[in-house]
Design a protein around this ligand. Structure first.
Ligand code: NCD
Length: 322
């Protein structure tokens, strides 16, 4: 609906608006999302069905592969009594294969639904869809190497649940910081809160763009870019691991140069971690975190983190559609 620049006052939080970037959220807005999430999580855990989205139809339009984002949005909508139209792989399975434009696809789908959740391989396409859609909100489920705001909200919610705060945190982020959209949104979200420091561990080629670092620092976020595991501080509150985003590289050779340069193992966690921290990963993983860590009490990626994905998305859909 093209309402990206609307200032989100606490009282409004995003009602009937697109969710395109984490930068649309104020701290008060995030607080409200969290409160709604916890309420709906309790309802869902106690198996009390909710009909908040009864009569609503949401299109899930995914141009890129997805396991968690697609299925947790689908589950979230159904948990709330709504229905979905899943269009997976539209490049092959919709009229786009016959040459239909992105504009026509969005204009068509908005005629049949109350919101469109979009994943697209190109950064900026969620914004573009929001400009095209005249009647329904667009929710960005990942746009290329751009943003992944709903992932950031579930990640922040997970950290907040374990640490009981989002201020004065020390975090370690490992992986493809240049290309991972989930990290772009998460780091931007963390920068909303005071007293936070982030250690960014990656090969030099996968560092965050200089302008982004500058912008984040100007907001008060302490960013320390590191290249070797020996520079990891032992008192982090969380570690967040990501895969190197193979699909964003121009050639396989370029990807191979930086693939799995840093692998998070039990040994590494024992040496540089601590008992109070949590270990996160947005998944999928392709070797950068040892499966041996799955049963570690600090590891939340296969447990709370993926489950919170559905609860946070339930809250967001309630806010956007209700
Ligand atoms: C991420 C994505 O698609 O950006 N996955 C997810 O949504 N959980 C991360 C990734 O693909 O590495």
């Amino acid at each position: 609906m093209g309402s990206k620049n609307v200032a989100l006052k606490p009282a409004k939080i995003l009602r009937s608006q697109d969710i395109l970037s984490i930068s649309q959220f104020s701290r008060a807005g995030i607080n409200t999302v969290f409160k709604t999430t916890s309420r709906l999580k309790n309802l869902a855990i106690n198996s009390k069905p909710s009909n908040i989205l009864a009569g609503k139809i949401v299109v899930l339009l995914f141009y890129e592969p997805s396991s968690r984002t697609l299925s947790s949005f689908d589950a979230a909508i159904k948990q709330l009594g709504g229905q979905t139209i899943v269009i997976n792989n539209p490049l092959q399975l919709s009229s786009i294969a016959k040459g239909e434009t992105f504009e026509d696809t969005i204009r068509t789908l908005e005629a049949y639904c109350d919101a469109i959740v979009l994943r697209h391989p190109e950064a900026g396409f969620a914004d573009k869809a929001a400009q095209i859609s005249q009647t329904v909100p667009i929710i960005n489920a990942g746009d290329g190497a751009g943003e992944h705001p709903t992932q950031a909200l579930l990640d922040l919610y997970t950290i907040w649940n374990f640490k009981k705060r989002l201020t004065n945190l020390k975090g370690l982020i490992i992986g493809d910081i240049l290309n991972a959209r989930a990290l772009h949104s998460l780091i931007s979200g963390v920068s909303l809160y005071e007293g936070n420091s982030l250690y960014l561990l990656s090969p030099r080629k996968l560092r965050l763009q200089k302008e982004s670092v500058k912008k984040l620092r100007s907001k008060g976020l302490k960013i320390i870019e590191i290249e070797t595991v020996s520079e990891i501080p032992t008192d982090c509150d969380f570690w967040y691991v990501t895969r190197v985003q193979k699909e964003r590289f121009k050639t396989l050779a370029e990807y191979k140069k930086v693939e799995n340069k840093i692998i998070v193992t039990k040994e590494l966690v024992t040496k540089y971690g601590n008992k109070q921290m949590i270990i996160m990963h947005c998944l999928p993983r392709v070797g950068e975190i040892d499966t041996e860590l799955d049963s570690d009490s600090s590891a939340v990626y296969l447990k709370e983190q993926i489950r919170n994905g559905m609860y946070v998305r339930m809250a967001l859909l309630k806010i956007v559609l209700n």
